[in-house]
Write a protein that binds this ligand. Structure first.
Ligand SMILES: [Zn+2]
Ligand SMILES: [Zn+2]
Length: 333
């Protein structure tokens, strides 16, 4: 089978390897569609904290696939079922896992970071992390469960009120998913402060009521940052109503700090939430939103490539003009 592997330092290649061996509690899955995201670029370029990556690493942490083999201890799922698989692998026994905070498991282990990802012909996964996907869900939506679960996790933490006026900062995949997902919390209005005018069409498809490039002076109940643009985060504090909430989903970079007015925070009775990855609970909720037909993310995929065209895919991720949504490898179509 083929695997797309990176060594860091910008170096990527396809390697040929033997069929994977299966542990008794695992299933073997053939990826159907695997996304490539900004984090993959950071892995490729060696810009990720080394405690979060084991090089060389097979890329691919946003994906869906089909079960092709079931380990002898697994009796609840059959070959042929289309699935998504939690990428953050909880140990199940540490205090965080026991409390349900599997995103904070004290032993960090994640598909596509510390263990081989799904930009490959096959991937072996622990069966208890596998979730079947309904026939009505497109491959595109299913492949986006991982970044969507990241947004779900943040929203579960921020608990937006019904009728909230929401601003999303950023216009990339996470921002667009946030725009789509926040609708299930029934906001009154959703605005997006984007970086590129060309993303406005995707924002419209995501259900954004107002797309802008320059900040306005409007006030919001909830501001979600999916840009990691530190100056905009400082400004955002001033655009919150009293009692408002800022949810941080984007990374600004390891050495970036941002001035924030503490008086504005205290006087405004404001809350700031930051959210890492997704818990099992957030993953399950995300799968349920897709399987029930409440959320469809097919519109987000704008670029598709066979795995062999990884150079073109990486190039599109770095340079493709807007509108640019999710870039997918179609592997087992
Ligand atoms: Zn990603
Ligand atoms: Zn744990």
């Amino acid at each position: 089978m083929k695997s797309l592997i990176t060594y860091g330092h910008g170096q990527v290649e396809i390697i040929e390897s033997a069929e994977l061996a299966l542990l008794p509690d695992e299933v073997l899955v053939a990826p159907i569609a695997t996304g490539l995201c900004g984090t993959d670029l950071e892995i490729i370029d060696g810009k990720i904290d080394l405690s979060f990556v084991n090089y060389p690493i097979v890329l691919g942490h946003e994906w869906c696939g089909r079960v092709i083999k079931v380990g002898p201890n697994v009796n609840w799922i059959e070959e042929g079922v289309r699935v998504v698989v939690e990428g953050i692998i909880p140990c199940g026994t540490c205090f965080e896992c026991v409390d349900g905070n599997t995103n904070r498991c004290t032993t960090y282990d994640e598909v596509g970071f510390t263990r081989p990802g799904a930009a490959a012909g096959q991937i072996a996964v622990r069966a208890d992390l596998v979730h079947p996907i309904a026939d009505s869900v497109t491959d595109e939506s299913a492949a986006l469960v991982e970044p969507t679960a990241v947004v779900t996790q943040g929203l579960m933490k921020a608990q937006p009120n019904k009728g909230a006026k929401v601003l999303i900062i950023g216009d990339g995949t996470i921002a667009l998913i946030a725009a789509k997902l926040i609708r299930t919390w029934q906001p009154s209005e959703v605005h997006m402060l984007g970086l590129k005018e060309g993303q406005s069409l995707l924002a419209e498809q995501a259900g954004v009521d107002l797309f802008m490039i320059n900040p306005s002076s409007e006030k919001y109940d909830l501001i979600i940052d999916a840009s990691g643009a530190s100056s905009r985060i400082s400004e955002a504090i001033r655009q919150l109503v009293r009692g408002g909430c800022l949810l941080l989903l984007g990374f600004t970079g390891p050495d970036i700090s941002t001035p924030i007015s503490i008086d504005d925070l205290v006087n405004g009775d404001l809350s700031i939430f930051a959210s890492f990855g997704y818990s099992r609970n957030a993953w399950e909720k995300t799968v349920e939103l897709l399987n029930s037909g409440k959320v469809d993310l097919t519109f987000l995929v704008t670029h598709r490539f066979p795995l062999e065209s990884y150079h073109e895919a990486i190039d599109a991720l770095r340079h493709a003009p807007s509108p640019r949504g999710k870039i997918l490898f179609e592997i087992g179509k």
